[in-house]
Design a protein around this ligand. Sequence first.
Ligand code: SAM
Ligand code: SF4
Length: 337
Amino acid sequence: MSERAAPPAAGPLVDTFGRIADDLRISVTDRCNFRCTYCMPAEGLAWLPRSEILTFEELTRLLALFVRLGVRSIKVTGGEPTVRADLPNLARMFRGAGPELDISITTNGMLLDRLAAPLAEAGVDRATVSCDSLMRHRFAEMTRRDALEKVMAGLKAAEQAGLSPIKINCVVIGGTNDDEVVEFARWSRETGYEVRFIEYMPLDAEHAWERAKVVPSREILERIDAAHPLVADGHGPEPAVRYRFADGSPGAIGVIASVTEPFCDTCNRLRLTAEGMVRACLFALEETDLRGPMRTGAGDGELEELIRGSVWGKWSGHRIDHADFVQPARSMSMIGG
Ligand code: SAM
Ligand code: SF4
């Protein structure tokens, strides 16, 4: 298949390597109430003006189109999705556009104590909550917010609202929080949450990422296995490789080894940024504008062509571990992690 050939005009969203994109991450805002050191500077970023952010109607129109093009699961993300005003109402509109969709939210958990119930009621199925330390002072250092207690309250509210299974995203940074991985496993056993350890990626706004601070997932698994033996649970549709506890305890461990063991060959993800750009890869250097055409009257056929073209142009994989790697201009919170 040649990259210059046109993408197919019908059928699922496919790229030139035969991968099908059926999982969409939708960023609903670039703003955030945390300032995680590995993502944003302390002073925040220059937020997009409101007029540049897709409206609820624009987001829902695009989602309905993506669903027609074969998207089966979405993650509502950001920035911090819960700071978008009236999020439950948007979730309700999303549910209307995709009654069969798997809808989850990725959040820092800060506002979940009051939003978990309305979000569940509006049709959100599951929640992934980011938590990088179980120690109050370290949590505050990493997120630049003294909010561990609030996040724990948010997790309880998510459980009570039935947003299950609950997953935890933990970015592991060498010399910062890597001494906590066994404690996180113990917590997983106690709560039943699936704790997913994410390798630190070069997507921080301050470009402070260093390869030496990446803790290989293999090492994390070895350390946990020595304390709480693990059994492989296979690769689901997600990039995380899952493990159960050998003694049958509740909980699970996942690792997302984006740097040391990239999963690009089976990647099924697609991203829509808060201002309406489609990105075929987290690390893409190019993106396709949908907002401009949409606001000048483009019909669904035209938008579909743009989306198909973007997926078709997806490269074989990122090259983080190669000397020629170029960090994208946008950081994680601006892309929609
Ligand atoms: N604000 C929400 C949150 O933190 O869950 C959603 C957006 S955030 C950009 C999505 C995920 O990306 C979070 O789990 C966060 O920890 C992760 N992330 C951010 N910067 C990262 C980096 N440089 N390397 C690896 N993961 C990162
Ligand atoms: Fe905000 Fe999430 Fe980035 Fe932390 S990782 S600064 S919570 S967008």
